[in-house]
Design a protein around this ligand. Structure first.
Ligand SMILES: Cc1ncc(C[n+]2csc(CCOP(=O)(O)OP(=O)(O)O)c2C)c(N)n1
Ligand SMILES: [Mg+2]
Length: 193
């Protein structure tokens, strides 16, 4: 499965929701499918998209937050799974695209090539719902089921290690940061009325 195709298939579930992605290839892929002010591409801070998503989910419980993570990023911050499981925000959906590679920096293999099982780690960290979805259809089903429940879910999805045609994102980090912040403020104020 190509991650771009996977993203395209779940894009309708993403477009009106708060989305935080890791940097690099997946950010460029989501951006290429259509940027939204409610999408934040976390540059530089490798591994911390799930931590940022957790913070937003806890402070905006009336809104769904979707984190798009990668194997290399999650491996750098495995403690995030324990912290997510400690607080269990039911409005947080954590999608991990595992291409067994640090694709964005040249494609070095990660530990998932040699037996590390991220879904297993998530389960034993206490994440209440963990799914593995390696086809477009199973990913779509897992995402829509997770969005219907109020249960913290991690979905680990194996994808091919194929780079997007372009890594270009015509949006600076600061622009994205202010746009995203305003978008969260609007959502938060709307849910109060
Ligand atoms: C602390 C830190 N170390 C290294 C990098 C360089 N870096 C940027 S993206 C990336 C790979 C991310 O791997 P993964 O999460 O698997 O995503 P993929 O590139 O495979 O989509 C690396 C090593 C960084 N930005 N920050
Ligand atoms: Mg990867």
């Amino acid at each position: 499965m190509l991650r771009l195709d996977a993203l395209q298939a779940i894009y309708p579930e993403l477009e009106d929701r708060i989305v935080v992605t890791i940097m690099g290839a997946v950010a460029a892929e989501l951006y290429s499918l259509g940027h939204r002010p409610n999408f934040f591409y976390l540059e530089h801070a490798m591994g911390l998209a799930s931590s940022m998503g957790l913070g937003i989910a806890l402070s905006m419980p009336e809104h769904r937050v979707i984190v798009i993570d990668g194997d290399g990023s999650l491996l750098m911050n495995l403690g995030t799974l324990s912290t997510m499981a400690r607080y269990k925000p039911g409005n947080l959906l954590h999608i991990v695209f595992d291409n067994e590679s640090l694709l964005s920096v040249g494609g070095f293999p990660t530990a998932t090539t040699s037996g590390t099982n991220l879904a297993g780690i998530a389960r034993f960290s206490g994440v209440p719902c963990v799914k593995e979805a390696d086809t477009i259809q199973s990913l779509q089903e897992s995402v829509s089921e997770a969005l219907k429940t109020n249960t913290l879910t991690t979905i680990v999805s194996k994808v091919e290690a194929i780079s997007p045609n372009s890594f270009h994102i015509d949006l600076t980090l600061l622009e994205n940061r202010f746009q995203f912040w305003r978008s969260l403020q609007v959502m938060h104020n709307q849910s109060k009325t």
